[in-house]
Design a protein around this ligand. Structure first.
Ligand code: PMP
Length: 361
């Protein structure tokens, strides 16, 4: 439906062109006479699908040769456990807690390791404390952060410096929206369901030298070294999801790759934040300017919750679906992932302008 704009924060919009290609191939994959959902994960066809998917991701992100790309299960939440289980060396790790997801990750890691918070404790997450306040242990096994906090809309403007301590990043909600120098990281992981395809597979990029660490108790399905050895085929993977992910990556390449996605993310997020900042506090963007997310913009209405409710109702009637903020923080969340187009966001900000004009008190 042309006029509907879907802002689901995850699972999220998949480009229409991708859905159409999937539809075309659904009943008969590549002349096999069966659906891609039905072919064996040990077949030549699926091997080609997963190899292509990995190659595309390597090209798009410029993944160096000394990194493995794994397709794992258990979602990003599975990685909250996998990271400490795989990276423990002396049993301690430092966590930046900048929102809901890094807080959950730190709590999960605390089941296995001594976890220390890098930042001073906060009740609300509206930015990232300056580096002078960071507490980093030079002998930690790794430092963990969430590059974009999907719920609060807080995004790191730069990769935090951690010296020689391996850096781990959850990029679930901003992967492929800006360039990343993979060589700065020990591990990068991301659930597919925002910028890479349907929920069900989690991409893990891990540096080779980290594969020999970890706790003995680590289950094989969460083990980076076991998955690397098996080429991500330790057990039956979510074949269909990996196939669609490959199609999304193909689409990103056709559109112009990560540089084009970066450009579009900047344009889209500026449209939204500029509309809020120039609205005379009708709309508020509460996150500190330098750490405002380019992919999950958090907005409030200055007049409060009742008008937010009206905004969401009228937005829905106008075809803008799923703008409601996460239940834990309320407000409005504008997902600006790669599948959302610049014209769609132009339409949204026009709607925001008209709503403000009609409802200003
Ligand atoms: N990290 C981030 C940044 C997320 O946005 C989410 C989910 N929205 C998660 C982790 C958890 O992902 P999953 O539901 O795949 O476990």
């Amino acid at each position: 439906m042309e006029s509907l704009v879907f802002f689901g924060a995850g699972p999220s919009k998949i480009p229409d062109q991708v859905l159409e290609r999937v539809q075309d191939e659904l009943l008969d994959y590549g002349g096999t006479g069966v659906s891609v959902m039905e072919i064996s994960h040990r077949s030549g066809q699926f091997q080609q699908i997963i190899t292509d998917c990995e190659s595309r991701l390597r090209r798009l992100l410029g993944v160096p040769d000394n990194y493995r790309v794994l397709f794992m299960q258990g979602g990003a939440t599975g990685q909250f456990a996998a990271v400490p289980l795989n990276l423990s060396l002396t049993g301690k790790a430092d966590y930046f807690i900048t929102g809901t997801w890094s807080k959950k990750a730190a709590a999960e890691a605390g089941r296995f390791l001594d976890v220390q918070a890098v930042l001073p404790a906060a009740d609300r997450f509206l930015g990232i404390a300056p580096a002078a306040q960071w507490k980093l242990r030079p002998d930690a096994d790794y430092v963990y952060y969430c590059d974009n906090e999907t719920v609060e809309g807080v995004e790191f403007p730069n990769v935090p410096g951690t010296g020689n301590v391996p850096l781990v990043a959850d990029m679930s909600s901003n992967i492929l929206t800006r360039p990343v120098d993979v060589s700065k990281f020990g591990v990068i992981f991301a659930g597919a369901q925002k910028n890479m395809g349907p929920a069900g597979t989690t991409v893990v990029i891990v540096r080779d030298d980290l594969l020999s660490r970890g706790l003995k108790m680590c289950p094989s399905v969460l083990s980076y070294s076991a998955m690397a050895k098996a080429g991500s085929l330790l057990n039956t993977p979510p074949c269909f999801n990996i196939y669609v992910t490959g199609k999304v990556l193909e689409w990103v390449e056709e559109q112009g790759g990560v540089s084009e996605m970066t450009l579009r993310s900047d344009i889209k997020s500026k449209l939204v934040y500029n509309t809020a900042d120039s609205s005379d506090e009708f709309y508020l963007a509460p996150v500190a300017v330098d750490s405002r997310s380019r992919t999950t913009a958090q907005l409030r209405l200055g007049a409060g919750a009742d008008l937010e409710k009206k905004f969401l109702q009228e937005a829905e009637q106008a075809g803008f679906k799923s703008l409601k903020g996460h239940r834990s923080v309320g407000g409005i969340r504008v997902a600006l992932y790669n599948a959302l187009t610049v014209p769609q966001i132009e339409r949204l900000v026009a709607f925001m302008g008209a709503f403000a004009a009609d409802n200003r008190q």
